[in-house]
Structures are given as structure tokens and as C-alpha cells.
Write a protein that binds this ligand. Structure first.
Ligand SMILES: C[C@H](O)[C@@H](O)[C@@H](O)[C@H](O)C(=O)O
Length: 765
């Protein structure tokens, strides 16, 4: 089995390559057997890219590597060597050792720098012979720092010719600097460059231009000396470690320790992170690391989630540039498992969920910034109904930890990047993907990130979204897997089209008293008739035009309750029913039609939330009663299909199940394109606080209408929020305070934290 490969111009490089200077007795002599065992161990580890040079031990490395590789099929590995230093016999020094150049070999030849046509041809001919092969895949000009003229003319021209003749697969240069490599990419026809010690955890500045040009010109990059000659090669940075071949200066040691700490916080090994780091650049095809002995050399090992690590390290670097000064970061995260005992009073009860304790896996992102003297924080949560909330809390911690230590500008200035950083965690993703506990947890963390962004901007979330440029908002969205339904350009065009209308729409909505809502508060299945009737009467008095009842346990009972409700609310108020996934498709059709005489507006969640075609079948069979679903819609792809299959009349996104604005606005756009009203789900703790922002955004930035649109409202638990939603005259009053209205007050956390909050301790006692 080989390590993963990255291909470039027909050559498949394993992402880890073996640097073979040690085979030439670098610093100390090794035996031929040891050399062979080293190569064998690399092969067994899956390495299929080997790099050598005449310079390494005056040809010894090439000879040993050639002998060891003869055991393997030539087509199965990539081989590179170098030109520039031509070896010429030196009988006068034959009795000495080559230690001045770092190699413990007899100095029976010497190096003459020569990138003339003859020099290059001779060097390659000798290398072919020493390696015992008939072709070399890649030839690098070796350290041409002082030989620009020859490298860019005769050197490059000769190698182009050899490439055309098929003697070599491709060519480039290998150097300890980025600038000249960039110049070579710009001015010659190189295929690949090897950059040593300048594209590492500690150093990237000198590689920036090279990387940019390599991307533009489709030139591959190999990173070498990624430990900066020792400093990053051990789990802990040693006091006497070397940096680029000399004793590491104090400043460099401090930076390396900084990185060591960050690695530790991300549960990553420092050497593994050093090897992984350059591979984050798509231009990099391989990291070449030195090998010695069968048991040594680089291992893929325990690497961090690299995207996180990379961002964190970039942040650490910027912090140093700011000299510890003005930069703000996410300093820590708090996670709370909050459970409110709603099952005691049957609030929230339905046919499927009879004893819901409305719960929140609540996330607070803490920063070292203040706004008007108050600490800036981001608050978010996902909603569950009790048991299992601890799983969401644990998963939320796994995600939120990625953000700790990150620059606030990075996190809130690029919420698309932040989302991708978390959603693409290559290990957590496996637990979904994009569904279940991990996705709920992602929703909690991203809700907190959006809250943070809006608070920092000093705007309520709806306004923050409305005022974002179309491209910026679209770049924050997750449009992956949606392009067959909605392209980036379409999304931008839709948002741009409403830009001139937004100010007027905002004023209209405010003048109208806010966004219309319906109430479910009277309709919980565990309420007796008296309570239902009382609450329905209150709803009518408060001006609701729509109310919803839970159904689905007993048809006989449902007929009785629905008839009673209709009698109380009269003929004009729209009545919706909600079965919370109780039925199979035929049963749903039968049951709904048996209640149809009570003039129903929609049937919600008639069957499995995943059954797209089932919803379509029900819709066809119960029309004109509409079909609504979505509170258990796991992700944007499910909504895409519900829309494509024309399976729903009302789209009920859930603000704490899909991964926040990044996913939800994508669904809003798809629904708007198809003309399907979005009527968000909000039967839970805190969901009303969130969805008001989304509905208002929908009105102002997308649809401009409230026709046939109502957002759910349930009158529970708002007292626990620092900025509770306000509903008056059956409308969500447009919120004005900064953020996503997601903050839960300290006292409620102390009381309802599970299992140690005041309330729960008392229950257990
Ligand atoms: C268990 C919950 O209260 C659900 O019944 C609730 O979310 C409901 O489905 C709704 O539509 O509000």
C-alpha cells in the first residue's frame, strides 16, 4: 500500500518523499546494509518518491539508492536527482574525508559547479550510471544561487531538451530560498521546484511569490527541510536545537515553542504537523524528509486537523507581528447542557414526542475584545428535547475547540471559511456527514459565530445579513451539492436584484409591526380540552390569523379536537395540523382526508422527514391541503430534493438543525427561486429568537412579501433570554439589539444546567 499521491504532469508523487542525503553518510557514516534497510523501510511505509543528488556523499547516495531501488519495479516510484555540482576525480585529496562538506566519505572526487550544456549532460550521464536506471523522473538544478545566468540559460535549455527527448520526465531547481525559484518559474519552463526550509511551520514569507506563480503556471512544488534542520523534528523543542544548520536564536526558539504549544492544544505531534503543513498548499505535491535507519525518518503520525492548525498558526504569526498588541482572538469556549423541564406541564408535547424537555446545547465563544466596555461574546445553541443533549454538547466542544486561539478577524471576517473549517473536519465529518448529532453541534457553534459577527458589527443579525454585499454573503454560504439547482451567480443575482428595494422593505415591515406569525401554543397534544380552548380563545383575541394543532395519535380523538378547535376559532382563521412523522404514506393520506372537512391549511410532517417522494405522493393526494415539512430536514441537500420533487407547499427550515446561516440562506434562495414560501419551525427553546431574524431577512433581501407566509411562535421559555423576541398583534416585532438574540441569562444557566443546576439538583435530591 502506498501513501496518498499527488500527480503532476504524469508523475505520481507520494505526499511524503524520502530525502536520501543520509545514504551518502551525511554527518556520520552508515553501512551499506543500513542504507538498504532504510530504503526498504521507506518502501514498506508506502513512500514512492525518492530524492538524491551527486553532492550527497560524492555519489554514494546515488549508488546506494540505485542498488536498493533495483528490487522494485521502475514504474512504481518517482526518482529525482540534481545537476550543477559535477563530480570530478581528485586524486590529491583521496586520502582525506569529505567532512568539510558534511559527508563522512573519502574525498576522492570534488565538486565543480557547472550548469553549462556539457556540465549538465555529463552530470546526468554519471547519475544514470550510478543509479543504474535508464531514465530520471525529475532533475533539479542544485542550489544555483550564485549561478542565475547559467541556470536560466544553458541549464534550463539543456534540461528542456532532455525532457523533450524523454531522458528526464521534468526539471526544475532545488534551493534554500523562494525568490530565485519564483524567478525561475516566471522566466523559464520549469515543471517543478524544490524549496528547502522556506515553506515550513516557521517560515512561509519567502515562499509566497513562488507559491502564487506556481499556481498560476501549473508548476509543482516539493517542500524539503520542513523541520528547519532539527528544530521541529521532536515533540518538544530542545534548548540547543539547530535552525537552518546553526544554533537556533532565542526569537526562533520562542516561536517554535509557540507552535509546539498550539500543536499540543490541537492534539497534534509537532514533527507530524511540520510534515503536514506544506501539504495544505495545493501546489505542493510532496514533502521530502530525511531518512536514516529502518525505524527512523518521517511518519505521517498524529497530525492535527490541518486547516485549523494552519489558521491558528497564521494567527500566532500575525499576533507576533502585532507584538502581542491590538489583535483580538477567541480566547475560550463555554459549553452548557441546559434542560428545561417542559414535560412536567406537557408543553411541547406531540404524538411522537410525548415528554419533551426543551433543551439547548449552548455555546459561548469568548474573546479578548470589548464593545462599549462589555466583553464581546458569541452565543449559539442547538435544540434537543432532553436526553442526548449531552452528546450535542460534547460534539459542539469538538467543533468549537477549532476556533480557540483564532484571530477574531479571521473567524467573523470569513464566516464561510470558518464554516468550512469546521464542517470539513476530516474526522468529525464521518459521524454525519451533515446530519445527526454532529450537524446539530455544528449549528450550535456556527450560530454562535454569526451572533459574534453581528454583535461585533453592532447590528441585529437580520440587518447584518441585509447589509452584507451580495458576494460576501454568497461566499459565506455552503452551495456545495446545490449547483444543479442554484449556482453562485444566480444567488448573487437574486440578492443584487433586491438591493435597491431593501430600505423601503425594512420601513414597510417595521411600519406593519413586524413579521407575521402563527401560534402552536394551544395545540400541544398533552393539553386537555379546557386548556386548549382557553389558549385558542386567547390566540383569537391576540389577532392570530393561523393556529396549529398536534394530531396523529388517534383519529377519533383528532376529529373531535379539530372540530372543537374549528368551532372556537371560527371559519376565517387558518388551522394547521402537525403529525410529527407518525404515519406511513397511505395512512397519512387517509388520515388527512378524514380531517379535511375542517378546512385545513397544511399538514405538517405527515411522514418520515427523509421520505421526499412520500411527501410528494401525500401532497398530490391531499391537495388543496398543503404539505409542510423541514424541522427534521437534516441539511440543504434534502431541501433541494424536496423542492425539486415538488414535494412541499411550505418549507420549514430549522435554525438549530441545519448549520446556521451558511446553510439556511442557501435553502431560502432555492425556495425563493421556486416560489415556495419558507415558514420556519420554532417549536423549541430559543428557536423563536433565532427565526425572527431569518424571516425578516427573507422579506427584505429576497421575497418582499408576507403573502402565505407565517413563522411559528410558541410562548415558552423566552424569559431565559437576554434579548427575548417580542410578539405583538401576532407579529414578531423587528429586533433592534445587536446579535442573533441567542444569549441565555446567567441565572437560567445556573438553574437549568444539567445535571448540576439548582433545579435539577433539587429534582434528584
Ligand atoms: C417536541 C416539539 O415540541 C415539537 O412538537 C415541535 O417542535 C413541533 O414539531 C413544532 O412544529 O413546533
Amino acid at each position: 500500500m502506498t501513501l496518498p499521491t499527488r500527480s503532476h504532469r504524469g508523475l505520481a508523487f507520494t505526499t511524503l518523499g524520502a530525502g536520501c542525503a543520509q545514504l551518502g553518510n551525511l554527518y556520520r557514516a552508515i553501512s551499506d546494509e543500513e542504507a538498504e534497510a532504510t530504503v526498504r523501510a521507506a518502501w514498506e511505509r508506502g513512500i514512492r518518491y525518492f530524492d538524491t543528488a551527486p553532492h550527497y556523499g560524492l555519489g554514494l547516495s546515488e549508488r546506494r539508492l540505485g542498488r536498493a531501488l533495483a528490487a522494485y519495479p521502475r514504474d512504481e516510484y518517482v526518482l529525482s536527482t540534481k545537476v550543477g555540482r559535477v563530480l570530478v576525480p581528485s586524486p590529491e585529496t583521496a586520502g582525506e574525508r569529505d567532512l568539510a562538506n558534511g559527508f563522512d566519505v573519502p574525498a576522492d572526487s570534488r565538486r565543480v559547479y557547472d550548469l553549462s550544456r556539457d556540465g549538465v549532460l555529463r552530470s546526468i550521464e554519471d547519475s544514470l550510471e550510478r543509479l543504474g536506471v535508464d531514465r530520471i523522473d525529475v532533475v533539479y538544478m542544485h542550489d544555483p544561487d550564485d549561478h542565475w545566468e547559467a541556470a536560466s540559460t544553458t541549464g534550463a535549455e539543456t534540461l528542456v531538451q532532455l525532457r523533450d527527448e524523454g531522458v528526464i520526465g521534468g526539471f526544475g531547481a532545488g534551493m534554500n530560498q523562494g525568490e530565485m525559484l519564483a524567478d525561475l518559474i516566471e522566466q523559464t519552463d520549469v515543471d517543478i521546484v524544490m524549496c528547502a526550509g522556506r515553506l515550513t511551520l516557521l517560515e512561509q514569507d519567502h515562499a509566497e511569490r513562488m507559491l502564487r506563480l506556481a499556481a498560476e503556471r501549473d508548476v509543482a512544488v516539493v517542500a524539503a527541510a520542513v523541520y528547519n534542520s532539527g528544530l521541529l523534528s521532536r515533540e518538544s523543542v530542545a534548548e540547543d536545537a539547530t535552525f537552518n544548520y546553526t544554533q537556533a536564536p532565542a526569537g526562533i526558539l520562542a516561536r517554535a515553542r509557540d507552535i509546539e504549544r498550539i500543536c499540543r492544544e490541537h492534539n497534534a505531534s509537532l514533527p507530524a504537523a511540520a510534515v503536514q503543513f506544506p501539504l495544505r498548499y495545493p501546489q505542493v505535491v510532496s514533502v521530502v524528509a530525511g531518512m536514516r535507519g529502518a525505524d527512523q525518518g518521517p511518519r505521517d503520525g498524529r497530525a492535527a486537523h490541518c486547516a485549523t492548525l494552519r489558521r491558528t498558526l497564521a494567527c500566532a504569526r500575525r499576533r507576533r507581528l502585532h507584538q502581542g498588541g491590538s489583535m483580538s482572538t477567541i480566547t475560550s469556549v463555554e459549553i452548557h447542557d441546559l434542560r428545561f423541564p417542559t414535560s412536567v406541564t406537557a408543553d411541547g408535547s406531540d404524538a411522537m414526542n410525548q415528554d419533551a424537555d426543551y433543551s439547548a446545547a449552548y455555546v459561548v465563544l469568548l474573546t479578548d475584545e470589548t464593545v462599549d466596555g462589555e466583553p464581546l461574546r458569541g452565543h449559539g445553541f442547538t435544540f434537543t428535547i432532553g436526553r442526548g443533549n449531552e452528546l450535542c454538547a460534547a460534539a459542539a466542544r469538538s467543533y468549537a475547540n477549532h476556533l480557540v486561539g483564532q484571530d477574531l478577524d479571521d473567524v467573523v471576517g470569513d464566516l464561510g471559511g470558518t464554516y468550512r473549517l469546521l464542517a470539513s473536519d476530516s474526522q468529525l465529518r464521518w459521524l454525519g456527514p451533515e446530519k445527526g448529532v454532529v450537524h446539530l453541534a455544528l449549528a450550535a457553534v456556527m450560530n454562535a459565530a454569526w451572533d459574534l459577527a453581528a454583535r461585533r458589527a453592532g447590528k441585529p443579525l437580520w440587518r447584518y445579513l441585509v447589509e452584507l454585499p451580495a458576494e460576501t454573503l454568497v461566499d459565506a454560504l455552503d452551495l456545495r451539492y446545490l449547483s444543479d439547482e442554484l449556482t453562485r451567480d444566480e444567488a448573487i443575482a437574486m440578492l443584487r436584484a433586491t438591493a435597491p428595494l431593501r430600505a423601503a422593505r425594512t420601513a414597510e415591515l417595521e411600519a406593519a409591526g413586524g413579521y407575521p406569525c402563527y401560534t402552536t401554543s394551544a395545540g400541544w397534544l398533552g393539553y386537555d380540552d379546557d386548556k386548549m380552548v382557553r389558549l385558542l380563545r386567547e390566540a383569537v383575541a391576540e389577532g392570530y390569523s393561523h393556529v396549529k394543532l398536534k394530531v396523529g395519535r388517534d383519529l377519533h380523538e383528532d376529529r373531535r379536537r379539530v372540530a372543537l378547535a374549528r368551532a372556537i376559532i371560527g371559519p376565517d382563521i387558518k388551522l394547521m395540523i402537525d403529525a410529527n412523522q407518525m404515519w406511513d404514506v397511505p395512512q397519512a393520506i387517509e388520515w388527512v382526508n378524514a380531517l379535511a372537512e375542517y378546512d385545513l391549511h397544511w399538514i405538517e410532517e405527515p411522514t418520515s422527514p427523509d421520505d421526499i417522494l412520500g411527501h410528494a405522493a401525500i401532497r398530490a393526494a391531499v391537495a388543496p391541503i398543503g404539505v409542510a415539512t423541514g424541522e427534521h430536514g437534516m441539511n440543504r441537500v434534502l431541501f433541494k430534493q424536496l423542492l425539486q420533487a415538488e414535494a412541499i407547499d411550505y418549507c420549514q427550515i430549522d435554525s438549530a438543525r441545519m448549520a446556521s446561516v451558511n446553510e439556511i440562506v442557501a435553502v431560502y434562495l432555492m425556495a425563493a427561486k421556486r416560489g415556495v414560501p419558507v415558514c420556519p419551525h420554532a417549536g423549541g427553546v430559543g428557536l423563536c429568537e433565532l427565526v425572527q431574524h431569518l424571516s425578516i431577512f427573507d422579506y427584505i433581501a429576497l421575497t418582499g412579501t408576507t403573502e402565505d407566509r407565517v413563522t411559528e411562535y410558541v410562548d415558552h421559555l423566552h424569559e431565559h433570554f437576554a434579548d427575548p423576541c417580542i410578539v405583538a398583534d401576532a407579529r414578531y416585532v423587528v429586533p433592534t439589539r445587536p446579535g442573533y438574540s441567542a444569549e441565555i441569562i446567567e441565572g437560567s444557566i445556573a438553574e437549568f444546567e444539567f445535571p448540576d443546576g439548582g433545579y435539577w439538583r433539587q429534582v434528584v435530591a
